[in-house]
Design a protein around this ligand. Structure first.
Ligand SMILES: CC(C)(COP(=O)(O)OP(=O)(O)OC[C@H]1O[C@@H](n2cnc3c(N)ncnc32)[C@H](O)[C@@H]1OP(=O)(O)O)[C@@H](O)C(=O)NCCC(=O)NCCS
Length: 169
């Protein structure tokens, strides 16, 4: 991660300092920069999302992970989201993972964890943000995109709209 950040900022890795906020969210403390980033580890790889001047979050899950039997979904998904997941053409597991990574990406961008009830953050048809907890602002302020590198599903959220979100290796 440090190498990616140093390369992006055109500085050497040892001169870069990454600190963590009280909530655990990492940020670049040195050099002074508007670059923000988010990290997710999955399938033996590390995924990094970068954005200048806006909050960004990434979350990744392996598509091989079976989450259909997970007992806590009703604490994470709204009634409508659960219903959509069960009807989804791509299958229940894929739909649940898609909702999961999107919610995590938004929560990671906002730098909040379990203090926010994830059911207050609602996605319509697994795609469009229709409701957010007050602390996260207005749904219109957010951009969200999914990526599917081999074997994983990833979501990137940006507290900015419109934000062109692109994937690179
Ligand atoms: C802490 C949390 C962000 C970690 O996520 P995870 O899926 O277990 O693991 P990931 O690999 O995707 O992410 C880990 C990275 O998140 C980052 N992170 C940790 N706390 C963070 C926070 N408060 N905000 C943003 N990013 C955070 C770190 O960079 C960490 O990697 P690092 O320790 O190597 O630097 C997550 O468990 C969490 O609290 N999520 C929100 C809780 C929730 O309600 N989830 C259900 C909704 S779907």
């Amino acid at each position: 991660v440090v190498d990616v950040l140093a390369d992006e900022l055109g500085v050497t890795a040892p001169s870069l300092r990454v600190d963590r906020g009280n909530n655990g969210k990492p940020y670049v403390a040195r050099p002074v920069t508007t670059l923000r980033f988010s990290v997710s580890h999955a399938a033996d790889a590390t995924f990094v999302a970068l954005a200048y001047g806006v909050h960004v979050g990434v979350d990744v899950e392996p598509t091989t992970r079976d989450v259909t039997e997970w007992a806590l979904w009703r604490h994470v998904l709204s009634f409508d989201e659960l219903e959509w997941a069960h009807r989804s053409r791509t299958g229940l597991n894929d739909a649940l993972l898609r909702l999961w990574v999107a919610k995590e990406a938004i929560l990671k961008a906002a730098g909040v964890g379990l203090e926010v009830d994830p059911r207050g953050l609602e996605l319509e048809a697994g795609a469009r943000i229709v409701a957010l907890p007050t602390a996260l602002g207005d749904p219109e302020d957010w951009s969200l995109a999914w990526f599917r590198p081999t074997g994983v599903v990833a979501a990137v959220a940006c507290r900015h709209r419109p934000a062109p979100i692109e994937a690179c290796d």
